[in-house]
Design a protein around this ligand. Structure first.
Ligand SMILES: [Ca+2]
Ligand SMILES: [Ca+2]
Length: 240
C-alpha cells in the first residue's frame, strides 16, 4: 500500500518535472569513511579505533573527533537546502562534565585524511566555524549504548551555510567534535571521562556518522529560462 503510494507519488513528481510544474527534492546521505578518527594533544592521531573518544583518556590524552564527508557532484541547477549531521554515541565513559561543540574546519581536496585536523590548537574554543554549540551535554541520555544525536535547527542552518559557501564537489568537508573545556582532568570530570562516538570502522560502517543533504533540482521550465537569460546576458556582454 505504502509502496504503491510512493510509486504513484514518484510517477506524479516525474510527470510534473517533465511538464515543468514543480521542483524535485532529494535527500543525499553521505557516510564518514574509515579515515574518521581522533587527534590528541600529544600531536598524534588514530584512525582505526571503533570507539572515538571526545574527552580524556589515560589521564593526559585529550582527544577530539574528526569526521569528514565527501561532497557529491550535483546536477545542473541543483542546490543544497538543508544539512544535518547525524552522529551515533555509545555509553559515556565515567562522568564527563563538559559539552561537545561541533566545528567545521575546512573543505579539502584529495583522499580523506585526518591530518587535515592536526594543525588545530586544543582548547575550549579551537577556532574555525562553530556549527553546533552543546551538541551533547552531561544531561544527554546516552545509556542506550547506541544513541543517534543530530544537529538542531540552528546547527543545521550553520552547517548549510558553511557547506554552501565552501562547496567543492568531490572534496571532503571536515568537522570536529570538540570538548568545550580546558584539557585538565578536573574540568573534564576525571582522568578517563569522555563521550564515545562510533567510527565507520566497526559494525560494517552501520553506525558511522552521516551528513544528510537535502537538495532541490529546479523544474525544466525554470532551467530553460535560466539558460535563456544566460544566453541573453552573453549576447549583451558581446555587444558591450
Ligand atoms: Ca576510523
Ligand atoms: Ca559549548
Amino acid at each position: 500500500m505504502f509502496a504503491k503510494s510512493a510509486l504513484c507519488l514518484a510517477a506524479l513528481a516525474a510527470l510534473s518535472a517533465v511538464s515543468g510544474q514543480s521542483a524535485s527534492a532529494a535527500v543525499i546521505t553521505i557516510s564518514a569513511p574509515t579515515a574518521d578518527g581522533i587527534i590528541q594533544n600529544a600531536g598524534d592521531q588514530a584512525t582505526g579505533e571503533g570507539d572515538m573518544r571526545v574527552g580524556l583518556l589515560g589521564g593526559s590524552n585529550f582527544r577530539v573527533v574528526i569526521l569528514m564527508f565527501q561532497l557529491p557532484v550535483l546536477a545542473p541547477g541543483e542546490t543544497v537546502t538543508n544539512a544535518v549531521l547525524n552522529t551515533r554515541f555509545g555509553d559515556k565513559s565515567n562522568t564527563p562534565l563538559f559539552n561537545i561543540d561541533v566545528y567545521a574546519t575546512r573543505v579539502a581536496a584529495g583522499s580523506p585524511n585526518i591530518d587535515n585536523g592536526l594543525d588545530w590548537g586544543f582548547g575550549a574554543s579551537p577556532g574555525g566555524t562553530l556549527i553546533q554549540n552543546d551538541l551533547v551535554t552531561p544531561s544527554t541520555d546516552l545509556s542506550g549504548g547506541n544513541t543517534l544525536i543530530s544537529t538542531d535547527a540552528t546547527g543545521n542552518a550553520n552547517l548549510l551555510s558553511y557547506v554552501n559557501t565552501n562547496y567543492v564537489a568531490g572534496s571532503y568537508v571536515y568537522l570536529r567534535l570538540n570538548p568545550d573545556v580546558a584539557q585538565d582532568s578536573v574540568a573534564i570530570g576525571g582522568s578517563d571521562s569522555g563521550y564515545r562516538v562510533f567510527a565507520a570502522d566497526i559494525f560494517s560502517g552501520s553506525r558511522a556518522a552521516q551528513l544528510e543533504l537535502t537538495t532541490v533540482i529546479p523544474e525544466p521550465a525554470t532551467l530553460g529560462l535560466v539558460g535563456l537569460a544566460a544566453t541573453l546576458g552573453m549576447a549583451r556582454r558581446r555587444r558591450a
